[in-house]
Design a protein. Sequence first.
Length: 512
Amino acid sequence: MEAALKGYFGYSTFRPYQREIIQKVLDGRDCLVVMATGSGKSICYQIPPLVTKKTAVVVSPLLSLMQDQVMSLKQKGVKSEYLGSTQTNSSVSNEAEKGTFDVLYMTPEKAISLPSRFWSNLQASGICLLAVDEAHCISEWGHDFRTEYKQLHSLRNLLVGVPFVALTATATERVRQDISTSLVLCSPHVVVGSFDRHNLFYGVKTCNRSMSFISELVKDVSKRSDVGESTIIYCTTIRDTEQVHEALVTSGIKTGIYHGQMGSRAREESHRSFIRDEVLVMVATIAFGMGIDKPDVRCVIHYGCPKSLESYYQESGRCGRDGLPSICWLYYQRSDITKADFYCSEAKNETQRKAIMDSFMAAQKYCLLATCRRRFLLQYFGEEWNIDCGNCDNCTAVKNERDLSKEVFLLLSCIKSCGGRWGLNLPIDVLRGSRAKKIVDNNYDKLQMHGRGKDYSSNWWKALGGLLIAHDYLKETVRDTFRFVSVSPKGVKFLSTADKIDGAPLVFQLTA
Ligand code: ADP
Ligand code: ZN
């Protein structure tokens, strides 16, 4: 093992878990590996073939990713090839079944369409493992579900006795379970590394008017590109991508663009000029994704709330791969919530719709949070992480906290009295004493709390409402672009104990 690590890869020590996983695979054990991006998962399936002189088959979702890996392995003297679904030339697969290659990559489509003869020949030649990379694609609860991945279990019967290794950088408990069930893993050796990327600073910038968002963005980006540092900006739509790109170019910043509607030549060109530092800023949709192995990206900005924390973690994780301090900003506005419908439109059934909605709501909460963002992220991924990190905007903000129990009480009781049939705006208007028609018609002007919240602006109340959603005092749901806010059980408990919850006053920091 050590000899292969040194001889082919030039490293003298294994990173955490690598040796343990390789040993289990050599013992013939199935493995489920959940480790952060950049932690060195690939070596776990690349070393066994070098030790056993048998082929490792790796199922991977993206052609470009496989091409990169194959090229880099060949340079190291590892015999490697890939089989894509569109390949008509059968010479690679003919060679492959003779056991010619150390590492053989293939797309899931290819893997499930190869004839069983291929597998029996390969097994006769020698196969040491079947790795399923990006294994979260198996689960409808993951953020990147792919139908073909679900069919991979059929390989199980064709490859009796061959250890399966499922690998992913993001998996909640539920997704982990799905992977294990779907691939019929047999009492797998499970490794879950920490998700913490200690060198990344996490922060959210909130804004209401899109134009000032742009000027903030220009400020952020130019600060970095002036000193030669790279930034990736992720937008949720192609339209945003083009707008942000134009704004940056107009302010004199050399900026690349990348999205799915560009031709493949233009995309490659754009990708390349970013990798080579010819442009320091890349504005892109999430089509600019897996396979970007640029170690020194210093900042990832999300322009708009991403569809889930899984994808946020993965996309923001593309900065600071070299371990140096880097920054993840998320630019958020309340109206981002209307994107829920856009994301849900991908759903094929009610289960998927609910899964997408839940994931999106968790991302919303992340944006609205007043406490440590890293703690929230890591707990979301099931880690026991109970300390504040000191390296996120909420941890480093100048503390300006005070007890807002009274205001919280007012807002919650007003929302409750309005019956949970509205968004945040109407109850806030009631608090601020509005006599708009909708309010009078519903007799909300007769409520006890009508006009009791005049001392604060409506934006201040909205910010408080956001915090209460993030901290589960309020529950927000979305239907057909309408959002509804109601008091959650935790909020009800708060109301019934007057001004205390769990015996403590409700202390928040609000700067809006
Ligand atoms: P992942 O697939 O988990 O995102 P990779 O397998 O691409 O991570 O590895 C990330 C980087 O770490 C690569 O550049 C790889 O060569 C390097 N690496 C992996 N294992 C080791 C090791 N034992 N010592 C030093 N560097 C390593
Ligand atoms: Zn923190």
